[in-house]
Write a protein of this length. Structure first.
Length: 369
């Protein structure tokens, strides 16, 4: 990692290992964008899932998030690249079973439950490892730039994935579309394989050598409790995430059934939201420089739930589809801006504190994503 001479500013993009990590994140998110369209369409339109089954599917997709603290502690203690590779391969294998079962005519909603749970668990482990690997790839002063670039690339990938997913569902069917997501995880594994960066473990001396994973997790929780800034952000995120999770559970089901929106139109709405997320990621650095990190996060917390209000009033027709696309764009713009800001904030606080007392807090950072 070298500092560029002259007036040129050093950026995270100048680091090869970071480019591979960014590419890995982007390609998996593009594939997940395809699944975000294909899975609901598969459940609702082909398997004729009920509202309760859709809610269960959404719940199982979020359930692995309860492993965030464990995943963070685990990532602190073990090789990050290995965790990324295994997670990518597990997710790819699980997704491949869906088109295989559909081709054999034996696909059930139960299998969707299992695959959703497996892929969700793999993503939690993967995300924790990626968060833990980032500071080993870039210097602390480049973390804000690295996070902003990750946010922008993720938004582009998610938007592209939604568009591709909408097109694929309409041409080859929802089940076979999931092969694209499986392929994205394999591509990610290839990129991760090329990352060359030191992976220092948290230093352990004396009695700390005997400390187990549970004690690591407890240390991370104590660290967060002792940091007022991160503690406040986590509490706010928990409340906001709970409310939005309840609303988002039936998002796809409501649009595809009650409003009669086609999978293609659903994909267009989702991709419009992805563009809002992209712009939010690109402008976050400028907004935080001008207004500060706190105001950006607070605005994101306020705007995100309010942008869902038009959904309660929406009816069938193209006009309402445009309204929903617009409000989703606004929502994801501010949600992404707040997300990038709080990740940078949590990294800044933890980096300052790590100099005196190294504490495993990657599970907390994962919860902040």
């Amino acid at each position: 990692m070298t500092v560029t001479a002259g007036t040129r500013k050093t950026t995270a993009w100048a680091i090869p290992a970071y480019r591979y990590l960014l590419g890995s994140e982007a390609v998996t998110l593009a594939g997940s964008g395809v699944s975000a369209i294909a899975l609901p369409a598969l459940a609702v339109l082909e398997l004729r899932a009920t509202a309760g089954q859709v809610a269960t599917l959404a719940f199982l997709g979020q359930l692995p998030s309860t492993l965030a603290l464990w995943a963070g502690g685990f990532s602190d203690r073990h090789a990050k690249r290995f965790q990324l590779l295994v997670s990518d391969l597990v997710a790819a294998a699980a997704l491949t079973t869906i088109p295989a079962a559909a081709l054999a005519g034996v696909l059930t909603i139960g299998q969707l439950y299992g695959v959703t749970l497996a892929v969700g668990a793999a993503k939690v482990v993967r995300d924790a490892a990626a968060i833990s690997l980032l500071p080993a790839v870039v210097a602390p002063q480049l973390l804000h730039d690295a996070n902003s670039r990750l946010g922008a690339a993720s938004s582009v990938a998610d938007s592209a994935g939604s568009n591709v997913g909408a097109a694929l569902v309409g041409t080859v069917g929802a089940a076979r579309s999931l092969l694209v997501d499986a392929a994205s995880f394999l591509a990610s594994a290839c990129l991760v394989w090329r990352i060359r960066a030191p992976e220092p473990h948290a230093p352990r001396v004396g009695a700390e050598k005997q400390r187990g994973l549970i004690r690591d997790i407890a240390a991370g929780v104590r660290y967060v409790i002792g940091q007022p800034t991160i503690r406040t952000v986590i509490a706010a995120l928990a409340v906001l995430s709970f409310g939005l999770a309840l609303m988002n559970t039936f998002w796809a089901y409501y649009l595809l059934t009650a409003l009669g929106i086609s999978p293609t139109a659903f994909g267009v709405i989702m991709s419009a939201g992805g563009m809002g997320s992209l712009v939010g990621a690109l402008l976050t650095s400028r907004m935080t420089d001008r207004f500060g990190v706190g105001p950006v996060i607070i605005t994101g917390f306020v705007v995100s739930p309010l942008a869902q209000v038009p959904l309660l009033l929406a009816g069938p027709g193209r006009g309402w589809q445009i309204v929903l696309a617009t409000t989703l764009t606004v929502q994801l713009f501010w949600a992404t801006a707040a997300g990038v800001s709080q990740r940078t904030l949590s990294w800044g606080v933890s980096v300052l504190s790590h100099g005196a007392s190294p504490v495993p807090v990657n599970g907390v950072r994962l919860a902040l994503r």
